[in-house]
Design a protein around this ligand. Sequence first.
Ligand code: SAH
Length: 215
Amino acid sequence: MTDSFLFKGQRQRLVQELQTKGITHSGVLQAIGTVQRHMFFNDSILQSHAYDDKAFPIDAGQTISQPYTVAFQTQLLNIQSKDKVLEIGTGSGYQAAVLYALGARVYSIERQKQLYFKTKQLLKKMNIFVETFLGDGYKGLPQFAPFDKIIITAAAPFIPRPLLDQLTIGGIMVVPIGEGIQQKMLKIKKLSDNEFEQSEHGTFSFVPMLGGIAE
Ligand code: SAH
């Protein structure tokens, strides 16, 4: 499925909707207006809703995040071109594609084997050059650290210490924290090896961050 005037129009409407909901970062809005979200759906009925501001089911009981949530987390990260970014929870690949559209160098980890292989292939087909890894996001990617930005796209019960260690001084991590249906969105800035500045940015609803790798 290629792009179409219909999808282009729907994307522009989505951008306007996100603006009315409070997204102001021009780069983020531009990225949402560029990335073909319909390509991340395999079901043609769901695909016709690709530019609704909603989360949808993907494989392995997981979800493609709501565009507002993707835009909100990305805005908090304040991505600069060439930033080295670690994403936990590749899922459909949509969030990774938005980060890539902003000029970031993206490393993304997924724990579900089936999703990992499928998304890796899709991103390659779309010429979206993101480094994908099958692994446990709680451990991060020490071999590629440090990262300027880290984004967790699943609900974390606590802040994983290895990820804080893999952040550059001055780096930012954005993570939804909580074990219930809703989580608090936290932005954490690393001031020094042991000093962090934390702020809260509303409540969101994510699938849980789980440990280990799943077949
Ligand atoms: N960023 C994704 C959102 C996917 S939902 C998108 O844009 O579509 C969250 C994803 O996190 C799921 O695919 C889930 O399998 C994955 N996940 C959960 N715990 C994880 C962990 N410990 N390490 C890596 N991925 C994890």
